[in-house]
Design a binder for this molecule. Structure first.
Ligand SMILES: NC(=O)C1=CN([C@@H]2O[C@H](COP(=O)(O)OP(=O)(O)OC[C@H]3O[C@@H](n4cnc5c(N)ncnc54)[C@H](O)[C@@H]3O)[C@@H](O)[C@H]2O)C=CC1
Ligand SMILES: O=C(O)[C@@H]1CCC=N1
Length: 272
């Protein structure tokens, strides 16, 4: 893929995950600039990744071919209004922010950006990210391809035709690692209560989660239901555990949780 110069404006948890994934895939460190407001965060980025990191947002944007908007949604308006005097002509802008539409981003900066809206997730850090992408009609084929290739370097991608579908990507992928972490936290806590040392409780849970996920990946023709049934012996232990989940309406809870994520994304569209 092309190695355009990328400036990450706001390089916190999510941007760092993307940067790490890109570097692991061979993207040159010399083509990545990161900005944060504090020297401490910038020094850490340079030390960790060997990339240029600076508090000087305007210079970073001027140097870049690609500008990734990586600040929190609450901070986006301040950021974009502070750089509205810069020309973004010829640059590709990639937003990773939840709950801020393309048209709102254009309003904030006072220009019609060449903008791809994306929704990544933190497993990008280890090259196992899942990113949704949406591009309005003004974005060229070449820039769409570049954005797709860039995020593919950190994992898998899914293009959506409707911008509103980015909110569904948030529910199904962007926020999703946290659901699995929560589930694993609960299992780890119970394993501890059962008497396992902290390290072993974590290993029991993480290895089971990893093994289950890899079985899903390795058996694309097998439904999740079948994989589950292969563990669930009739009259056995798993069946009892699953019965508790079903009695407590796990599926309905998951459905409600995902809808709550979508609703919050919609709400954020009117807040920021
Ligand atoms: N954390 C996640 O799993 C995901 C986050 N996102 C999106 O990514 C964005 C960032 O989220 P996180 O990385 O979690 O937040 P974060 O708070 O870890 O990172 C934001 C970074 O931006 C910096 N920053 C804020 N204002 C700045 C400015 N004006 N100039 C330069 N740097 C500035 C902050 O110092 C901070 O390091 C959000 O918009 C969020 O919706 C999207 C998908 C997943
Ligand atoms: O919680 C959030 O709002 C962001 C977007 C998806 C994951 N983290």
């Amino acid at each position: 893929m092309e190695h355009r110069v990328i400036a990450f404006i706001g390089a916190g948890n999510m941007a760092r995950s993307i940067i790490s994934g890109l570097l692991k895939s061979g993207y040159p460190a010399s083509s990545i600039i990161a900005t944060n407001r504090t020297t401490e965060k910038n020094t850490l980025l340079t030390d960790t990744f060997g990339i240029e990191a600076t508090p000087d947002v305007k210079t970073a944007i001027k140097k870049a071919d690609v500008v990734v908007l990586g600040v929190k949604p609450q901070g986006m308006e301040d950021l974009l209004s502070s750089v509205s005097d810069l020309s973004f002509d010829g640059k590709l802008v990639i937003s990773i922010a939840a709950g801020i539409t393309v048209s709102r981003l254009n309003d904030m900066v006072g220009q019609t950006l060449n903008l791809v809206r994306t929704m990544p997730n933190t497993p990008s850090l280890v090259g196992l990210g899942m990113t949704g992408l949406y591009a309005p009609a003004n974005v060229s084929e070449k820039d769409r391809d570049y954005a797709g290739d860039l995020l593919s370097a950190t994992g898998k991608i899914c293009w959506v035709d409707e911008e509103s579908d980015i909110n569904s990507i948030i529910a199904a992928a962007g926020s999703a690692p946290a659901y699995f972490f929560l589930f694993m936290e609960a299992m780890e806590a119970e394993a501890r209560r059962m008497g396992f040392e902290a390290d072993m409780a974590r290993t029991l849970v993480q290895q089971s989660a990893l093994g289950a996920a890899q079985m899903v990946v390795a058996n694309p023709e097998t439904t999740l239901e079948t994989l589950r049934s292969q563990v669930t012996s009739k009259g056995g232990t798993t069946a009892e555990a699953i019965k508790v989940f079903n009695d407590k309406q796990l599926s309905e809870t998951v459905s409600e949780a995902m809808k709550a994520a979508v609703n919050r994304a919609k709400e954020m569209e009117s807040l920021f």
